[in-house]
Design a protein around this ligand. Structure first.
Ligand code: FE2
Length: 328
């Protein structure tokens, strides 16, 4: 078995154990992300999801090539539901952040990645509505099944975070139970592109927390809070939680949105040829906060040396961010 210690820097927290508040803070401070084990997860659902999305992206990319157009796209909703294809989105970063990075990123203008947004709302009030591709008969059940697993783990991690930040354990749940959470497979064509191609350029995520499990191919790189860039290999059967911009607002900038990028590594290229698999698919869910949540530092952080952020609702903040992303 491959030795992964070179790539794994933080400890893994097992949800079956009692996780101490200090552990959470140490992890976020030193690494900027959390790695979690959850024994309830049905990992077969993850494999079914990968199989489905590899086939899906493959089919749609061929259709785009042959017909010059593709189904399942909703530009009128800024591609926030259904399919988004290569080069429609821009990586989202603050120029200011470059000052703090020891390892400087390679900046790209457009992301040559594909994505599919599959929303989940606790209240069932989908707007825009979910979209099911008509030529994939198990799409809905496979996506729902995997989305459920990730959301269940997230709910427990949010309880732990609420307590670590000295709020009631329902605090974050109460601030996310009327939001749209997106299961968001990202598809990267490993054969079309050259080694070192950035599929997702240097960026932060605009949501609250991003949740990932390990992809079938490597390629995720993150910037640690000290500005160093490392390859992050998520271990098998482990879930990664990475703060997005809304997390940064809620913690007064003590825990910043994690910068990251995905690229085509030499190893992924070789594996892709050996296995005759074209697509690197991510297993990702973007957790949002409710539209009416006001983004301001939580009490726990108010006494710390925090940055000044203007109090703004999630809805307003999200609108600002989406305007920067282009999607045209
Ligand atoms: Fe991202």
């Amino acid at each position: 078995m491959r030795n992964i210690s070179r790539f794994r820097f933080s400890m893994i927290m097992d949800l079956n154990n009692n996780i101490q508040k200090d552990e959470i803070h140490n992890q976020l401070k030193n690494y900027g992300y959390l790695l979690v084990k959850d024994s309830r997860i049905d990992w077969k659902a993850n494999e079914e999801y990968f199989d489905l999305m590899e086939t899906y992206f493959d089919k749609r990319s061929r259709e785009l090539e042959q017909n010059g157009k593709v189904n399942d796209c909703f530009p009128q909703y800024k591609y926030q539901v259904g399919l988004g294809y290569e080069n429609i989105g821009k990586p989202n970063y603050d120029k200011e952040s470059l000052k703090y990075m020891i390892d400087q990123p390679i900046i790209i203008d457009r992301d040559p990645k594909w994505k599919y947004f599959w929303p989940y709302r606790y209240d069932g009030l989908y707007n825009p509505p979910k979209w099911i591709p008509q030529d994939f008969k198990n799409f809905e059940s496979i996506m729902n099944n995997w989305q459920f697993q990730l959301l269940r783990t997230t709910e427990q991690v949010l309880e732990i975070l609420s307590l670590a930040f000295e709020e009631e354990k329902e605090f974050f749940y109460n601030n996310m139970n009327k939001a749209t959470h997106l299961l968001s497979p990202i598809g990267c064509d490993l054969q079309k592109h050259q080694i070192n191609t950035r599929f997702s350029g240097y960026h932060y995520d605009l949501n609250f927390i991003t949740v990932h499990t390990k992809s079938r191919f490597p390629g995720l790189f993150v910037w640690l809070p000290n500005g160093k860039r490392v390859e992050l290999r998520i271990p098998e059967k482990t879930i990664l939680f990475q703060p997005g911009k809304l997390f940064e607002f809620m913690t007064g900038g003590i825990y910043k949105a994690g910068y990251h990028e995905a690229l085509l590594t030499e190893e992924a290229k070789k594996e892709s040829i050996k296995l005759n698999k074209k697509w690197r698919v991510t297993s990702t869910i973007f957790i949002m906060l409710n539209d009416n949540t006001i983004l301001q530092p939580m009490n726990y952080f108010k006494n710390l040396n925090i940055q000044k952020y203007e109090a703004i609702s999630v809805k307003e903040q999200f609108k600002k961010e989406l305007n920067k992303l282009s999607y045209v």
